[in-house]
Each structure stands twice: as structure tokens, then as C-alpha cells.
Design a protein around this ligand. Sequence first.
Ligand code: PLP
Length: 718
Amino acid sequence: MNDQHNFCMLPDDERLPSDAKALEQDFHRYLIHHLGRFLGCNPYYQFKALSYTLRDRIMTDWLNTWKQHSKAKQRRAFYFSMEFLIGRSLGNNLLNMGLSDQTEKAMESFSLELEELEEQEHDAGLGNGGLGRLAACFLDSCATLKLPMLGYGLRYEYGMFRQEIENGFQVEEPDQWLRGGYPWELERSEYTQVVHFGGRTEHFRDPEGHPRARWVDTEDILAIPYDVPVCGYRNGVINTLRLWKSTATDVFNLAEFNAGDYVESVAAKNEAEHITMVLYPNDASENGKALRLKQQYFLASASLQDVMRQWELANGQDYSDFAEYHVFQLNDTHPAISVAELMRILLDEKKLDWDQAWSITRKTMAYTNHTLLPEALEKWPVHLFESLLPRLLEIIYEINARFLKEVAMRWPGDGDRRRRMSIIEESPVKSVRMAYLAIVGSFSVNGVADLHSNLLKKGLFRDFHELWPEKFNNKTNGVTPRRWLAYANPPLKRLISSEIGDEWICDLDRLEQLKPLAEDPDFQARWRQAKQENKARLARLVEKECGTVFPLDSLFDVQVKRIHEYKRQLLNVLHVIHLYDRIRRGDAGPDWCNRCVLFGGKAAPGYQMAKKIIKLINNVAEIVNGDPAVGDRLKVAFLPNYRVSSMEVIAPGTDLSEQISTAGKEASGTGNMKFMMNGALTIGTYDGANIEILNAVGEENFFLFGLKVEEVEALRRH
Ligand SMILES: *Cc1c(COP(=O)(O)O)cnc(C)c1O
């Protein structure tokens, strides 16, 4: 069953032919013989048949990549994230596999439009916003750079909710993205793991006299992995995203079964399946529900056990150089419980002593911080740990006791500092500070933009920076140019490649080569033509979804992102009201620039203020668009259900990108980058990665305004 035992790679002639004719035949065969549908069937099945056709062509490279990674003695990265906001995969996979043209041709022979089939795919909305999309972009980039990286996440039955707008209000509908089947996933039940909850701990001495612990009387839940291929850009590398689904063990409630409560005990299976049922729709705020902690531990435990299973296939139980071959990157504190879980496995199951286990943990864990907002800093009440994860709590206490000794050695007598730095917060509710656990257990702590990383060192993590300055570093966020430019913007892609070739797709700095063309009238005309095509596509989307007509000769002014007070959609809509007022007052003179203002984004279902902002935007839109005195001078629309696939249309069609968060609040932003690489100008504040973008593109492409972080702070103190 273990394919790692057989190390031979699949030969090249194992690859399926990928010419248009072969694709045509396979598509036809899948539709008729596998899915049992006629050619003129519901287009969702046409999408599925095409996806299977493509997946077949991914398989050989996927198996070979897997084999190579398990064979090579190299350090591998494991990206632990509660969110992967993947969006659609068909078009992006075709691009990366280099099969778009043949496929388009093959579909034409059935009179099918490739683009229409692509639109059949449900977005895999397994994330809230920037943090989840970053994870998805990292997967693409690591595969393209041939880095051995495996993504670990959860296979939520229901992803991010579908947003509908009724009477101007947000209404949340469940997102059944798996309905109809997800053709990209491959169940690998042979790698199922068991995850424990509840129970109690026992302490004893092993035959050598060492103190040991075991976790007993637990409730056990199965974690079944589903693998999704991650295609590198035309390099034969297919990395893996492994998503866990929870399910009951076979021995579930056997006692009840024997007592005759067969139906009851089968119904109780539901409980186990709840863990991966739904994604929590909170962006940049913690939630505090027990089920969320269960999800976090489920991800950490299943993933770490899976990594160790792979290690033991090649190395047996020898963990002496495990640390040299593994890095676990924690995407925010959501998977921070991994620090304690790795310790538990090494101590209780692999029988290492504390110092060995701690040395491995501290050399392999790395933590990415995504926010300074106090409401997003995760703290779990100790009483929750006591009932759900008693053994993990003991380990956290031990980590903390040893850590506080270190603090006391460095700052003798400084009790205040020990209280400040303790992983355990004593009041108001005794809790575990997950960020501190992540810092203490990691060799690296990074922020996600220059500004943000500096603020971490000066503010939130100041004490830790004083203790371990060498741990702190910056990794400014990024987005993949494959999806966000080459795939999303065909007209601009063609224009750029016609001038400088297509190596820019994997090396964006090469866009510098366009500089000499900036003043070339012919290039400018073609540039504008590409922009107009993209604006027409965006205007069609807005008209279809909102019923509002955007004239193509207007400025398209766009703010799409999660709705949040700090992102200041409110400031933007106040500007719209001001523009409307000017029109009404007759202050819209000859130099007036006609403007279409587009908003989009979801509010967390429990975030009342954000929901009111959505309602306000819709009310303003109704007034402005319905006022005959306004005409084409101003249009306003709120695009419902903002998601990855809508951003693929929005960013290319935008003239002006709104990045106007209060300075110091947006850790990085990634929407800002997608717009900028599609040639939009930006209006924005001194926040997150905006500053780095401004430095790269120059002041003439970036309208900078507002206070700097220090000025905001000074203003607040007044
Ligand atoms: C890029 C992206 C985000 C992040 O946008 P920000 O402007 O950085 O907050 C959120 N949601 C979706 C669907 C995205 O594509």
C-alpha cells in the first residue's frame, strides 16, 4: 500500500498525449462513458468531463513529484493553514500545464466555449480573505519555484458563505461547493489518521525509570485526507494540498450499539463529522467557540502525524536529524497548537526526552503573524483545554514554566515582565495566549510587510523582540502573477508578451523592460485597448449582478475586500455622497471626471457595523443611480458575493484601486498588489505593503494621502 517503497519514477511514455485530438477523445469518453451524460447535457458535467481529462494529464507528474520529494534528502516545508482560498482551478491548471490552446480547440470541435465551462466551476471558498488567498498563492509559487512544499488544511463541507443582497441588506446563504462533486480532489483513505479529544492523563515511570504520561479514555475521530494537485508553471512539478475531513471511527459508541441503540449510535457519527463541516466566517477577529479549537487541533494533529508517518517510512523511529528536514510554517496563530502537539507526539509516542523534543520543535516551527488588531489575537480559556485537550494543557504549562525561568534569568526580579510575557494570561479569564505559544516554540517569527514587521517589534511583541531579536524578520506578502495577471488578464498578457516575450510570467521584475515603451503612442493605444476590453468585461458582470450600467468611458473606481471599519469603506462612501452633493449643487463643472464606484465584500455575520455599512452603500447607490439629474457623471454599485473568481474580472477592469485603511491597521494587503499588477492606479494610505508598492511604482502612479502611524497614535492620545 505504501507507494514510497517502490522508488522508480514513471517513465515519460506513461504520459498521456495532450494534442487537441486526444483531449477531444478523452472529454467525449468521460462525458459519455464515465459520467453517463449526453453532449448537450447540463454544462456542469461538461466542466467535470474536461476537468477529469486534464487531471489525467496531471497524474504522472504528480506521482513523480511525490516520489522525488520522499526520496530526496532535502528540507521540506509544510504550510499549516486553516484557510486556503483557492477559487477555481480549471483555467489556472490549464495555463500552468500549458494546455489552454489545445483545450480551447478541442472544445470548439463540440461547439463549446472554454470560458463558459470554466465558469461552471464552484469557487473553492475555503478561506475568508487575504490570509487564505495568501496560502493559495504560496502553493502556486512554491510549485513554480520547484520548492518541496506540502499544504495542510481542512476540507470544509461548507466554505465561505454565499452573500446575497436583499433590500440592500447582506443575507448569508450556505455554500455547498462540493455539491456535484469536486473533480480535483483525490481521496487517500490509506493515510487516515486518528485524532484524540477529551479523556484524562495518567503519569507513570517507564521501565528505565523516566517519567512518562499517557492520554487515556479519549474520544477518537478519524481524519481522512483529500489531496488537491498544485501545478507548477510548465515545469513538471505538481505539489500537493492535503485537506482533512473528519469522520467517526468504526468503534464509535460500541457500548451503545451493544445495548441495542443502533440508530442512536450511528446518529452520533454526526458529531464527529461536525468538526470539518463549516469554515468560521470571521476575518481578522477571533471567535472563541469550542468547535473552532477542535478544528485547530484536528488540523495540527492529523498533519503532524502524517508528516511523521512519511518520515518513519524512510527513517524508522530515528528522530535525531528530523529537524534538518522539516519546517512547519504556521499561517497565523490558528495552527499554533502544533507546537504543543509536536511535543506530545515526540514525548508520549516517540519516547524522546523533553530536551530532545523541545530542540526539534524549536528548530522546525515558524510563525507568521497577520494582524495587530487586539480583537484578532487568539486566547483560549484554560477550562476549554482542560476538557478538550488535557494532555496538551499540561505540555503548555511545562513549556511556559521553562520559558519563564529563561525570562527570570535574563531579567531577574522583573515580575511584571514575567506576567506580561507568560503564555498563560491569569485574568479576566485564565487563558492560553496562542501568539506567545507560537513565538516561544518557533525559530522564526515574521510579519507580512516592512511596516507591519517593524510595528510587531516595537509594539505587540516588544518583550519577545528584546529577548530574541534574531527570531524576528519580515516576509512581505505577494500574489502569484500566473493567476492574477497571465490568467485573469488575457488582453494585457498578450500585449506584454508581444513586446518582451513571456518570461515575465515567472519573473515579474522583467516588466521593467516595458519602461522604454511608456511614451510610445502605438503601445499606449494598445494598452488602452486592452484596458477597454477588460472594462467591458467588468461592466457586463456589474450589469448582470447589480442591474447598473457602467459607461466604459468613466473612471472605474473600485474598493473590494472584506467589509471592516479599519478598511474604511465608510470613508469611501462618504466621498461618493460628497460627489453626489457636488453634482446636485451644480459644482460638477467642465473638468468633471465621470466615475463608476464599485464596492464589494462580505461582512462577518455577527459584525453589525459592517452590515450597516453594506446597507448604507446600497442605499446611496439607489439614490444616486435613480436620480436623473446625475446622468453618467456618477454610478454606484455593490457587487454581491465578492470572491476569487469575481476578483479575476474586477482587477483587470479597474482604473483606480482604493487602499485606504487607517495607517497601522492593514498588516499587508494583497488586493493592492493584484490591482497594481493589472495596471490600475492606486489611491491609498501609509499602510501595510502600500508603502513598498509606492516605492516600486513611483509617486506618479500612487495617490498617497492621510496620516502616518505615529500621527494616528498622536491624534488618538489627544
Ligand atoms: C485578494 C483577495 C482578498 C484580500 O484583499 P485585501 O484588499 O488585501 O483585503 C480578499 N478576498 C478575495 C476574494 C481576494 O481575492
